[in-house]
Design a protein around this ligand. Sequence first.
Ligand code: IPE
Ligand code: IPE
Ligand code: MG
Length: 255
Amino acid sequence: MKLARSKNGSLDPVQGATGLSDPTHGARHVAIIMDGNGRWAKRRHLPRALGHKKGVEAVRNIVRVGGEMGLEAMTLYAFSSENWNRPQEEVSDLMGLLRQYIQSDIEEFVENGVRLKVIGNYKALEPDIVAMIDNAIARTAANSRMTLAVALNYGAQDEMLRAVQHIACSVAAGDVTPEAINIDHISGALDTSDLPPLDLLIRTSGELRLSNFLLWQAAYSELYFTDTLWPDFDQSELEKALQSFGHRERRFGGR
Ligand code: IPE
Ligand code: IPE
Ligand code: MG
């Protein structure tokens, strides 16, 4: 019997996950570290910006595919809190692509029932992007087919720091005592508090590290690494990752 962590944290049998008929293989929430745009471009003697542009096309496709497969949530690492260390020209290319992506895809989110969510300190982005994001979040807030969580200016350590500050304020206000703080308080103070538990974490491009992504949430996620560069990651690649997930035996420390 396959077990999955439910929203309230209990271990329940996976429903409807017969393996063959369920393309998600029982996964509710998949996160992807979309890496390798630069190498994709370099191999073709193209500028890095073109790799990022192809990367956006891969995002568009994989969001459609994830929705069709029936995933409840997809979390995509688009810009890390450390990516500011890149040359200013590349940062501004990435911000330009982000603007274009939100503008061109918001109608499709509305039509396809995709709820947009952003994790990370996105309020620190340029004001016009923040306004665009807030507008897209508001317009898609009632959608329930799939949640697309885009990680922007995201770092797991920063997310945990903000959660600690939030909880410290509750303590200072006398709403909770330090001894009473529990795991649920912490999970609930993270940017992902309203997402299902993370089932599968994928990283493309052959790098074997988490690069400050979802460090808390990945505690019992299954990990999947592929050499495929992000612009080449398509439906069949996602199917392969989910198939691999379907063969894992998740024990959550039990036996
Ligand atoms: C991932 O591709 C996109 C972002 C981090 C924004 P990279 O730009 O990191 O591509 P590589 O790792 O240099 O190939
Ligand atoms: C991780 O990729 C961040 C994103 C995919 C947005 P990086 O390319 O920034 O990670 P490192 O620097 O190789 O660890
Ligand atoms: Mg990279």
